[in-house]
Structures are given as structure tokens and as C-alpha cells.
Design a protein around this ligand. Structure first.
Ligand code: COA
Ligand code: AMP
Length: 628
């Protein structure tokens, strides 16, 4: 069956489609129905089933005779180590870790924060939580203590599992002092912390609170898998929204299992025994879905890569990993390829990669140059697909495992079964093909997508459901062509995308506003050849502040690094007298972006004082932007 038939099959009988997909999962109690609409417009899936994620990702493969197959390959150029863990070993390690957590009081429903770099132990910690029905929340290592503290206070974990350190090419990331600072800052205190001591840096444990990863597992009884209800939260993953407070996206257990398992064959065209590699980080949704859960649920071997696309040691690093570990499907962000292309424009470092079947790109718009470069040198289909932390898997893709549809460069192709994507005008009416509008998805969203935000149902409704009744608002703008191909053009909110990382300009503005000399500020994302977008701050100083501007800028850059973290990549700001605003006081960020990017722009009719834009243009030119 081709894509069109499968999509139509889902449209005609969504219940039948998802119950059939549920056949790929081992249930404790099988679902008798798929959709639960009893609280519409809040929908849930497989609520009458019981199941365990860890069983499906680990134990069932051992039972099926795959115990000796590698489950995880850790390839770490930054530490010079490689390490293989088979499914049987993974089962033992996870059951023991879960047993140790249980012995210290962790039970179904308890939250556990995981703050770790790209080591297999991060996946083991996630799976150990899943084994017990505990709800994990992984925090990306590039966030500062303050961001970790915000997450601690929001999900109130009973335990935090952290590593002693992470390794960035230029420095060691000291996780333990960051963790200690976060716990000091947070109002909520965890009962205990588990510290995985790495050889590269051994951290000092806090007596009475911290336990060491190996020691606390000594002599424990390994834990069995605890069945949970289909709508039990598997995890919470915080993502950026319009304000500084991150949104806790809740992932429901059963829908997550069913949907991810379906995507592995339909989109990525892999199955048990194949090697799958997503070069992302466990701290992001791509890492949750396609480094940890989906490949393991499907019985693949997953590669955990602790390194960069370039500099560890060179621009051939990705190709070495693919060749050495016989990767069949490879997933990365366009920014990583741009970094490689910049160092190896003619693809001289790309060898023949006989096992590679396709390259998948997501996280930001895939620019045509990058797609052409990759297609030419890798000689495999390059598949752009579009998704969000909220959905957990692709909304639109070219489903290689079903049918390789004609590629249209610049489009992540077509909606996947489960998703009815529509382009709406401001009034919520569907627009005709080719017309730009807000991208919305008809409710209900499919299994595995977010049913709500952690402890914030009102915010969930306000952020996603209220604006266009009957739809989920994606926050992206774009259009559909006459063949149903989607084009994702921009965000409609204050989110920017820096090197495939989703960041909130609102959160950055809150940080700048806390500087004692800053009276008012704005942050925009300007176009960046490598990272897609790069944040830029505008600062208006308090009357009477006669501090040198470069000093204030330097302090603001440091403040951002300390408050949000290096991942914000905030390195540029300018001091201006005033910000351009509408007569009602709204800052005209969109116009500033166009000027900065040297794009054509029109004087907004509602602008309060047009002369301010001259001053902004001059300031931008001083940074080499806003070219005439
Ligand atoms: N822990 C701590 N710090 C981290 C980190 C982590 N896990 N990841 C990144 N950082 C730091 C970097 O060291 C850098 O710090 P610096 O300012 O001291 O140099 C800062 O955060 C910005 O990092 P990044 O934006 O990643 O820039 P980079 O110059 O280090 O690397 C790329 C550029 C393009 C190679 C890199 O961004 C990349 O590989 N991106 C792919 C992203 C991705 O896979 N996203 C997932 C979505 S699918
Ligand atoms: P995240 O939640 O971090 O995965 O970021 C999701 C956002 O990244 C989306 O809402 C888009 O703005 C952007 N994005 C992700 N994938 C794509 C893609 N293939 N093309 C264009 N934008 C994308």
C-alpha cells in the first residue's frame, strides 16, 4: 500500500488504524479502544490499557532471543572511548538501577530529574524510571543552574540523577557544582541525588543527600517492570514558550509506544537488528524519541554519540561513525551539516557509506543548499521532516518505509497519518493552497502527542487550543501547495531556533531586564549562516546610567550565560536610546528582524515614531548587519 492509501485508511477509520498499530506493542492489558474523548477537547489514548515502556524497549527483545545484540553503542570522541551494551546487559543494568531507586523510595508517579551528558547511563536512567513508572524529566546539559532550578520547582522531583561532568571540546562542563547551585536556588529539595562519577572529573558528594551511582546499586534486588495505565505520564520535557517559564510537555505512555514504534518502519524504514543513529542530545525531544525510546522499542541498535559534527576531531566524524557502526538510518539537524559543509565544501572527506539508506533532517528549516550538498555527497535520499517537542515525532515527512514520495526541496513533504494539517487565517478559516497562514492541526492530535502541560492545564489551553477552537496551534506559519506538501516558514511566537535549539526571546528579555542598568530591552533572532538564527539584544539604559556601553553589554552576555546557559549562545547586544513601538506600545520586533537581515521591509502603519528605525539601522550596521 502506498502513502495515499494508508493516509486515507487512517482518515476513514482512525480508531482501527491505531488499534492495529497497537499490535506492535506488548501489553499487560490490551486496549479495547484507542481514543478517549470523554474530556474533549482534552483527548487521551489507550486509557483502558496497561503497559510498561521499559519492557517494550528492553526486556521483550531479550525474551525474543536478541539478548546478545548490541542495544547501545557509545561512541565518544571527546573521551576517546567506545563501548557496546547488549540488550541482555542493558536489561541487567536497568533492572539493578531501578531496584536501587526503588530501595530509596522511588515509586510509580514520582518525578526524577536526569541531568547528564551523552553517556549510556543517561538512557539507563530514563529506562529505569520507566521500569518503575516514575516520571523522568531530562534537563539539557547546556542549561545553567537557574534553568535547572526552575524545572526542579515545577516538577518537584524526589530524586535527581546527574553525572559528575560533561565534556565539550573546549572545556569540561562541571555538572555537580551546577546541580548544587540549582538545588540551593530551588524552593523544592529532592530527597536524594545519584551521581554518576566519570573518570574525567570526580565530584565531591554532599553527605546525607548524594549517593554514588555504583555504590547505591550494590546488593539491591533488581526491579521488575511495573505496569502503568495507558495515559500515565512517561516523562515531562520542558521546552521554550513565549514567556520565561518553560512549558512542561507531558508524554503519555501508551500513545508514545504505539506511535514511535509505527514511525520506525513507516518513516525511518528500520526494524529489529538495524543500526539507527540520531546525532542529537538526550536533553532534546529528538534524543528522547530517537536516541532512546524508538530505536529500542523497535529492537534496533542505537548510537549514543558524545562529540560534535566538526572538531572532534574533524568534519569526517559523522561519516566515520556511520561507516564503523554500519548505520542504516541517520538523523541530524541541518545546522550540523552546515558546520561540516563549511569545513569540507567539496565533500572530500565523505567516504562511500554502503550501509546508509537515508539521511533525515529536522529541528529547523532545511535550507536547499544543505539538502543539495548532502544528497550529492552521501548519495542517499535526504528527508526533511517537521515536528515539535509537543508532538514527539514527525507531523510531516516523506515516509520512506511506505513509499519514497517525490521530493520538493524546501518542504518536509506531507502530513503523516494521525495529522490533519490546515493553514488558517487570523479568523481561523482555512486558506487556499499557496496562501501563507498559521499552521494548525485538527483535534484530536494522534497518540503520543502532549495531552496537557505538567501542572498547567490552563496554560495548555491558552497556548495551544483556545486561539483556533477545534485545532491545535503549532506556533509555526507556512503554507500547503496544491499537492498537499507543507512549507514551514517561520514561528508565529517569540521562539527562535539557534543551531537546532529552541529558545525563547521572551526568556532572554527577562534576563536582560534584570540587569541594574537596563530600563527596557528586546531580543530578536537574526539570520545566521551556520546556526540558522542567532540572538541579538537591544538595550535601553536607565536615565542617569553613564556606564560605558561595552561594559554593560559584556555584563549582559555574562548574565545570560549564567542565567540561561551557554546554549542560549547570546553573544551580541547593542545599546540604543529607544525601541521602535506601535502606538499601543508593542515592540516592533518583526520589523527589526527584517532590517537586521537586510530584507525588504515596510514602515508599519502603527509605528509611534518612524525616526527610531534609523537609529536601530545605524546600531545594526555597527554590527555588520542591516546591509544597505
Ligand atoms: N553541555 C554544555 N554546554 C553545551 C552543550 C552541552 N550538552 N551543548 C552545547 N553547549 C555549549 C557549547 O559548548 C557552546 O559554548 P561556548 O559558548 O562556550 O562555545 C554553546 O553551548 C553553544 O553551543 P552550540 O550552539 O551547539 O554551538 P557550537 O559552536 O558548540 O556548535 C554546531 C555548533 C552546529 C556544531 C552544533 O550546534 C551542533 O552540532 N548542533 C546540532 C544541534 C542538534 O543536534 N540539535 C538537536 C535538534 S535535532
Ligand atoms: P523543537 O520543539 O525544539 O523540536 O522545535 C520545534 C520547532 O522547530 C518547530 O515548531 C519549527 O519551528 C522548527 N522545526 C522543526 N523541524 C522543522 C523542519 N523540518 N522545518 C522547519 N522548521 C522545523
Amino acid at each position: 500500500m502506498g502513502y495515499a492509501q494508508i493516509y486515507k485508511g487512517w482518515q476513514d477509520d482512525p480508531e482501527g488504524f491505531w488499534l492495529s498499530a497497537a499490535g506492535g506493542i506488548d501489553w499487560v492489558t490490551k486496549p479495547t479502544r484507542a481514543l478517549d474523548a470523554s474530556r474533549a477537547p482534552l483527548y487521551e489514548w489507550f486509557t483502558d490499557a496497561t503497559v510498561n515502556t521499559c519492557w517494550n524497549a528492553v526486556d521483550r527483545h531479550v525474551v525474543a532471543g536478541r539478548g546478545k545484540q548490541p542495544a547501545i553503542i557509545h561512541d565518544s570522541p571527546v573521551t576517546g572511548t567506545k563501548h557496546v551494551i547488549t540488550y541482555a546487559e542493558l536489561q541487567n543494568r536497568v533492572a539493578r538501577l531501578a531496584g536501587a531507586l526503588r530501595a530509596k523510595g522511588i515509586q510509580k508517579g514520582d518525578r526524577v530529574i536526569i541531568y547528564m551528558p551523552m553517556v549510556p547511563e543517561a538512557l539507563e536512567a530514563m529506562l529505569a524510571c520507566a521500569r518503575l513508572g516514575a516520571i523522568h524529566s531530562v534537563v539539557f546539559g547546556g542549561f545553567a543552574a537557574n534553568e535547572l532550578a526552575v524545572r526542579i520547582d515545577d516538577c518537584t522531583p524526589k530524586a535527581i540523577i546527574a553525572a559528575s561532568c560533561g565534556i565539550e571540546p573546549s572545556r569540561t562542563v562541571h555538572y555537580k557544582p551546577l546541580l548544587d547551585a540549582a538545588i540551593d536556588l530551588a524552593t523544592h529539595k529532592p530527597d536524594f541525588c545519584v551521581i554518576f562519577q566519570r573518570e574525567q572529573e570526580v565530584a565531591r558528594l554532599t553527605p546525607g543527600r548524594d549517593v554514588a551511582w555504583h555504590e547505591f546499586q550494590y546488593g539491591v534486588t533488581p526491579a521488575d517492570c511495573v505496569p502503568v495505565e495507558g495515559n500515565h505520564p512517561a516523562y515531562i520535557l520542558y521546552t521554550s514558550g513565549t514567556t520565561g517559564a518553560p512549558k512542561g510537555v507531558v508524554r503519555p505512555t501508551a500513545g508514545h509506544l504505539v506511535a514511535l514504534n509505527w514511525t520506525m518502519r513507516a518513516i525511518y524504514n528500520v526494524g529489529a537488528g538495524d543500526v539507527f543513529w540520531a546525532a542529537s542530545d538526550v536533553g532534546w525531544v529528538v534524543g528522547h524519541s530517537y536516541i532512546c525510546y524508538a530505536p529500542l522499542i523497535a529492537g534496533c541498535t542505537t548510537v549514543v554519540y558524545e562529540g560534535k559534527p566538526v572538531g572532534t576531531p574533524d568534519a569526517a566524524a559523522f561519516w566515520r561513525v556511520i561507516a564503523e557502526h554500519k548505520v542504516k538510518s541517520f538523523f541530524t539537524a541541518p545546522t550540523a551539516l552546515r558546520a561540516i559543509k563549511r569545513e569540507d565544501p567539496d565533500g572530500k572527506l565523505v567516504p562511500k557509506l554502503p550501509t546508509l539508506q537515508a539521511l533525515y533532517l529536522a529541528g529547523e528549516r532545511a535550507d536547499p543548499d544543505t539538502i543539495h550538498w548532502a544528497g550529492k555527497h552521501l548519495n542517499v535520499p535526504v528527508i526533511d521532516h517537521w515536528w515539535q517537542t509537543e508532538t514527539g515525532y514527525a507531523i510531516a515527512a516523506n515516509p520512506l518505509g511506505i513509499e519514497h514520495l517525490p521530493v520538493k526541496i524546501g518542504s518536509p513533504s506531507v502530513a503523516m497519518p494521525g495529522y490533519t494539517v490546515q493553514i488558517l487565517d487570523e479568523g481561523g478559516h482555512p486558506v487556499s493552497p499557496g496562501t501563507l497562514g498559521a499552521i494548525a492541526i485538527k483535534l484530536p492530535l494522534p497518540p503520543g502527542t502532549l495531552p496537557t502541560l505538567w501542572n498547567a492545564e490552563e496554560r495548555f489551553l491558552k497556548s495551544y487550543l483556545n486561539h483556533f477552537p477545534g485545532y491545535y496551534e503549532t506556533g509555526d506559519a507556512g503554507y500547503v501547495d496544491a499537492d498537499g506538501y507543507l512549507y514551514i516558514m517561520a514561528r508565529t511566537d517569540d521562539v527562535i531556533n539557534v543551531a537546532g535549539h529552541r529558545l525563547s526571546t521572551g526568556a532572554m528579555e527577562e534576563v536582560l531586564a534584570s540587569h541594574k542598568d537596563v530600563a527596557e530591552c528586546a531580543v530578536i533572532g537574526v539570520a545566521d549562516d551556520l546556526k540558522g538564527q542567532s540572538p541579538l539584544g537591544f538595550l535601553c539604559l536607565n536615565k542617569g546610567s553613564n556606564r560605558p556601553h561595552d561594559e554593560v553589554v559584556k555584563e549582559c552576555v555574562k548574565l545570560m550565560r549564567d542565567q540561561i546557559g551557554p546554549v542560549a549562545d547570546f553573544k551580541r547586544a547593542v545599546v540604543v536610546d529607544r525601541l521602535p513601538k506601535t502606538r499601543s506600545g508593542k515592540i516592533l520586533r518583526g520589523t527589526m528582524v527584517k532590517i537586521a537581515d537586510s530584507q525588504p521591509w515596510r514602515m508599519p502603519a502603527t509605528i509611534d515614531d518612524p525616526a527610531i528605525l534609523d537609529e536601530i539601522t545605524t546600531a545594526l550596521r555597527s554590527l555588520g548587519l542591516a546591509k544597505a
